[in-house]
Ligand binder design. Structure first.
Ligand code: PA5
Length: 444
């Protein structure tokens, strides 16, 4: 069986024609050219395009060494970061190891600094307890409030447990190579330092140390991850339009958008893909949602959410289309047992595998939603492993860059994220925000 993921739009053809798709070719190739020639807006942040072939090999080796050390001396790894600084790693660990990594493997890996919840942080401090632990603080800017607070708290715990000198050896800082608050502290204290390259934005950084260090700590094969990304990069760069999955996906989502589909729902049938959707939502949401434009990225976990959101998707406002992540070979297989009394009426499924039932649920849902007016795109994934995930990461990143230029936005900035921060700083009394603070308080 081929190891390559495949994009498939056959079930969406009732909603557009091949001729319409053909007519998108010139625009798509133009957007691709803007991306690759680095002539578009945000061109300073295109380092991710070549990452699968052009990455720092020495740092890659240091990531593996640091991961081995953490696996040896820590029962728990605390990964501190928000947005692009944690979603890729969280997704990869869940995607490859399954839902119960922390119950089944060592070291346990927990993510924090992605909210400002006292309860969450306190619970996590208790959970770590007296066990040996290390911290990977990830922040490109080094000044983001959420990870900054979490880092202070876990640094204090490290120092209390190990003393300053040993604590330093248990802090791994992934940040800018030359500047920023975290970089200054890292140099000052002597933490192990890993780099977020200047030309790679947070949501495109999963294949840098940002994602790779925590992923490697979990034991995932990061060489296979990069190999998958490399294979998809080759296809995205070289394949002609009608054989180029990333370009076709970018074209069709825009085609559907122009026909009034304002919402794209990423659908999975494996609970362990929940954070892949979270990563994807940030990628497309931050990249495209600006200047009053964009396709709203949403997600559901099926069949779970068929019992909550299924009604709306089948029958509500016809503003949405779905992109289905279809795993062809389940990570595990399980047979449904026989039950002599058959009180639940499921006897007709006895002897079948659970994954077969899941597959039929997916096929039935795709057809039902298509009949209900929700176009369904499919991404076929041969197996849930590091190689396919590398392909998926690159597939969506490349499609996102092309799609953003097609929409006419800068896909590589996120000016809107600053608005809440300014208000929060003003309300918290941060020096320099006095005027805004006064203006806001008048509105309360
Ligand atoms: O995509 C982005 O740039 C953001 O989501 C950032 O990753 C996020 O805000 C965290 O920023 P930083 O790594 O500077 O703490």
């Amino acid at each position: 069986m081929s190891k390559e993921i495949r994009f498939d739009y056959a079930k969406a053809l009732p909603f557009f024609s091949e001729a319409e798709l053909d007519s998108m070719e010139a625009q798509i190739l133009c957007a691709k050219e803007v991306l690759l020639s680095k002539k578009g807006a945000g061109a300073d942040f295109l380092g991710w395009i070549d990452l699968p072939v052009d990455y720092d090999k020495d740092e890659f080796a240091r990531i593996k060494e640091a991961a081995a050390k953490i696996r040896k001396d820590s029962e728990v790894l605390i990964v501190i970061g928000i947005g692009g600084s944690y979603l890729g790693a969280r997704c990869a660990i869940e995607y490859t190891h399954g839902a119960f990594y922390n119950q089944a493997e060592k070291p346990e890996i927990y993510f924090c600094g992605n909210s400002i919840s006292a309860a969450y942080l306190s619970d996590l401090l208790d959970l770590v307890g007296e066990r040996d632990f290390s911290v990977n603080i990830i922040s490109k800017s080094g000044t983001t409030t959420e990870p900054g607070i979490a880092f202070r708290i876990f640094k204090e715990k490290l120092i209390a447990k190990y003393g300053e000198a040993e604590a330093v050896k248990r802090i791994y800082a992934t940040t800018d190579k030359a500047k920023g608050a975290l970089k200054n502290e890292t140099d000052d204290k002597g933490y192990a330092a890993f780099v977020v390259p200047d030309d790679v934005g947070g949501r495109f950084s999963v294949l840098t140390a940002v994602g790779l260090l925590p992923i490697a700590v979990s034991g995932v094969d990061i060489d296979a991850l990069m190999e998958g990304a490399r294979a998809m990069r080759k296809k995205a760069l070289d394949a002609p339009y009608k054989e180029n999955d990333a370009l076709l996906y970018a074209a069709i989502r825009n085609l559907l958008h122009r026909k009034g589909k304002a919402v794209e729902i990423l659908v999975n049938y494996e609970p362990t893909m929940h954070h892949l959707s979270e990563w994807w939502k940030q990628l497309f949401g931050e990249s495209e949602g600006k200047d009053g434009k964009g396709i709203y990225p949403a997600s559901v976990d099926f069949t779970t959410d068929l019992h909550s959101m299924g009604q709306f998707i089948q029958d509500g406002s016809r503003i949405l289309f779905e992109t289905v992540l279809h795993v062809e070979e389940s990570r595990r297989s399980l047979v449904i047992p026989k039950d002599e009394k058959d009180l639940d009426g499921l006897g007709y499924l006895a002897g079948q595998t659970v994954e077969f039932v899941n597959e039929q649920a997916m096929t039935g849902t795709v057809l039902a939603h298509t009949d209900g007016g929700a176009p369904n795109l499919m991404l076929h994934i041969p197996a849930q492993d590091a190689y396919s995930l590398g392909q998926i990461f690159y597939f969506f990143e490349f499609a996102c860059g092309v799609s953003g230029y097609l929409l006419g936005v800068n896909p590589f900035d996120q000016p809107g994220v600053e608005s809440y921060k300014k208000n929060m700083f003003a309300l918290l009394g941060k020096p320099g925000y006095e005027e805004l603070s006064e203006a806001l308080r008048k509105r309360l």
